[in-house]
Design a protein around this ligand. Structure first.
Ligand SMILES: [Zn+2]
Length: 269
């Protein structure tokens, strides 16, 4: 089975120290086709966070020289752009300045907060807390379409203090459906972020398979697998397990993006 990790963070990300050579060695050892280094580039960080981005040229030139040592692997120049409705103009200007293989759009900061630090949830029940996060994703991708993959749609469940750690289609379908429709109708890819489904301080988020099935029904061709690894041992985590789930949900292809064009590979053998 071909596997590809579309979402990893090298030492260029402010919150990672992962050495690219070690990451590439791990990819080779696991017999993956390749890896995308999707370092963080966020705009408008909440108060107290100075900046959360990386030096694009330095990251890309390191990837170029890495290719010489690993000619057997696809090593992709990626970015994980932090979307927020307030940041869209700045993001568009940034996109005009740079070229990438893969662009992941995902939301970390919500209305002045980083949920990672917990305060965002104060005063909200789970319905409201998750709804606001999804609404802001929908607003952002309604206006900004220059991306390939929607990253970790359920990031908000990782750090939440509630008992409910699942963003199900049944409960949140009114916002999830238009999000999935925008992706399917515009050739974008939904991501399974395998980092999300592990124990966090208040519980373990669960992926609702009905979301995958619905994305397929809407015409979604492939789903991206991303480990969100910030260290080599997490690269490709649980990818075989989630590939099996994808097959059961009707998918036949995995995907990665090279020079912004999708490269599909079969997962059903
Ligand atoms: Zn992220």
């Amino acid at each position: 089975m071909i596997l590809f990790d579309n979402h990893t963070h090298s030492h260029h990300s402010p919150d990672s120290r992962m050495n690219m050579i070690v990451a590439a060695e791990k990819i080779r050892e696991m017999s993956f086709r390749g890896v995308c280094f999707s370092d963080h580039y966020d705009f408008d960080p909440p108060q107290g966070i100075k900046k959360f981005n990386f030096h694009v040229e330095r990251q890309q030139s390191e990837i170029e020289s890495l290719k010489e040592s690993f000619p057997d692997l696809e090593l992709l120049r990626g970015v994980e752009i932090g979307i927020q409705p307030v940041s869209l103009e700045a993001i568009q200007a940034f996109m005009k300045k740079h070229t990438f293989d893969t662009v992941i759009a995902s939301m970390h900061f919500v209305r002045g907060h980083d949920p990672y630090h917990g305060k965002y949830y104060d005063g909200y029940g789970f319905l409201e807390a998750y709804d606001i996060y999804l609404e802001d994703i929908l607003k952002s991708i309604s206006a900004f379409r220059d991306f390939d993959i929607l990253g970790h749609f359920d990031y908000i469940a990782r750090y939440s203090p509630y008992r409910k750690h699942e963003i199900s289609l049944k409960t949140f379908g009114d916002i999830l459906d238009p999000i999935l429709r925008i992706l399917a109708e515009n050739g974008k890819t939904f991501e399974i972020n395998t980092k999300t489904y592990q124990p966090f301080a208040h519980g373990t988020p669960v992926l609702d398979r009905n979301i995958l099935k619905h994305f397929r029904e809407l015409g979604g061709e492939a789903v991206s697998l991303g480990s969100d690894a910030h260290s080599p041992e997490r690269i490709g985590e649980k990818f075989e397990y989630y590939s099996e789930i994808l097959k059961h949900c009707g998918f036949r292809y995995g995907v990665y993006y090279k020079e912004r064009n999708p490269v599909y590979f079969t997962i059903d053998n």
